[in-house]
Every structure is written in C-alpha cells, then in structure tokens.
Design a protein around this ligand. Sequence first.
Ligand code: TRP
Length: 332
Amino acid sequence: MQRIVSGMRPTGKLHLGHYLGVIDNWVKLQDNFDCYFFVADWHALTTKYDKTENLKQDILDVTMDWLACGVDPNKATIYVQSQIPEIAELHLYLSMITPQNWVERDPTLKDMAKILKSKEGMASQINYGLMGYPVLMTADILMFNANFVPVGIDQVAHVELTRDIARRFNNLYNCNFFNEPQPKLNNCSLICGLDGNKMGKSFNNDIKISDTDEVTSKKIMSAITDRSRLRKDDPGHPNECEVAFKYWNIFGDEKDIEKIKFECENGLRGCADCKRQLGLKINNHMAEIREKRKYYENNQEIVKQILNDGATKARNEAKSILKEIRSIIKMY
Ligand code: TRP
C-alpha cells in the first residue's frame, strides 16, 4: 500500500476550516493508503519555544478533534512527533546535505520570518531551529518514505524541498532509497471565517469543532450576509452574501439551498431568520462529531493510549528505516 505522511502543529482546539479542509480528507485517505498522521510539536517549538505551558493539552485537543472527526487509529498511525526521536536523528543527517540557500529561499519560511521580524524584542529573533523548519518537515516525511503528502497550497513549497533533498540524498550516496514524495492538494471546499476572511484561530472568526450548539448558533448570528440588503423583505442576493450563503452551500443539501435562495431573492426570509436556521443545520451536521469529542474529553486516558500505541508502531518502522539510512551513509 502506498504511504502517506501528514502533520499538524498543536494549535489547540481546531476549527471547521481544519475539519473540512484537512481532516475530512485524511478520513477518506485512511481507507486507501497506509497513513501516518502526527502532531508536529517540534515544529511548534520553532516559534513558540517560550510558550510551552499549554503544549501538552494542545496536543491532546488536536488529537481529540481528529478522532472525533473520524480519523481511526485502527486504520491510520497517529502519534506525536517528539515521541519519535529517530526523526531528530534523520533531521540531523538531512541538515548536513541541505545547502543553506535552499532553506533560505523557502517562501513559507520567508513569510514566517517577516512576521517574526515585525515583533518586539526576543520574539522577533529568528533562531537556528526555525531555519531548519523545512528540513525537519522533510525528515517527518522521509522517515516513513512517504509517497504522498496531503497539504494545503501554502505547504507545497516545503514538499518540493523534500523532493529536492530526497533526490540529493539518493545522488550523494549513490542509492535509490528515498521516494520523491508528491504533494496531494486538499481539494475540499475552503470555508471562510465569520467575517468573510480566511478562517483562523487568531482572527477570532472561527467556529471550533468542539464549540457547543449555543456558541455555534451565536457565532453564526454574527456572520456577514448580503451587505446591500437593509430590510428583511428587501430582495437579497445570495451570490453576494459574503458568509451565510457560502455556509449553506457547504452544509445544506440541494433542497435547502434552493429554498433559501428563492426565499432570499424574493424577500421572503430575512438574514437573521436564515442564520438561525443555518446554525441549526451546522449543529445537526456536527452533532455526532461533538458527541464523540465529549467522549474523548471525558476519557483522555484513552486518547493518551492511542497516541502511545501509535508512537510504538511509528517508532518500530522509523527504527528500521533509520538503520538502513545509517548503513547507506556508512555511519559507525
Ligand atoms: N508545516 C505543516 C503546517 O504548518 C505541518 C507539518 C509538519 C507537516 N511536518 C509535516 C505537514 C509533514 C505535512 C508533512 O501545516
């Protein structure tokens, strides 16, 4: 079976953008590929080395969201990156063969550096570890000799670098050991935030997977609609509705969408009413996931056990691959 590796940084509770854009895709992939899904806690340290107080809980929160959404430990291997020290050793070997200008030209890293530089004091500093971000990511992927890496468009440059490093390793050591893994773009609908911009935790415009029905409904009531519509019996323009109608297109079935469109265009349903119904629709869609999320919240020892089992499995594989790598490099 072909192999997939993908990871997520432990940013705490995940939102609907993660669910629809990434996790739902993973759930489909786990049936047809040998999947390795991990929480990238070392990557979190590249910028948040001084804010580790919530790291453990953030890791559990991310994992619980995955499990609730249907990532299945019986199908996929789920683990925490730092539980696999072999990745750190591979990162070291790869760092020896990666030209400095290859990492310096990495566009995602450049963006991260720009954001950091605009901060004050120590937070503006770019550390050695951050420069290694794409090489560490390469180690995550090559550690399991992946064929595909499901990522968002912003991460494609990193996977290109992974291919370059894999090729360089094979050339340098005169072998054909590493696959050149392909990015697998998540072709799911991108859900925007409540304000119409990209949904993101730090933009305060997200709906969490774990939000209660009440919180979700309340958030939905704040979603932007058709700004040109002033009164509820004015004819509305669903296609100019910046958020609510887009959500309908994701969560509604064809009948819902047609009905909402008709009522909106004919001034038969106001935006508040539309959003009240939309909130119910989303809560309905999320009900089973949220119930599962609650179960794991109340049984976190099960979550820890899943992560430990996953780490054991991943580590066994990593150890055997690393042994071959050491022999190829001719380490002592
Ligand atoms: N850099 C990725 C992100 O920020 C997370 C990540 C780390 C990753 N290692 C990976 C993704 C390996 C895919 C494969 O989203």
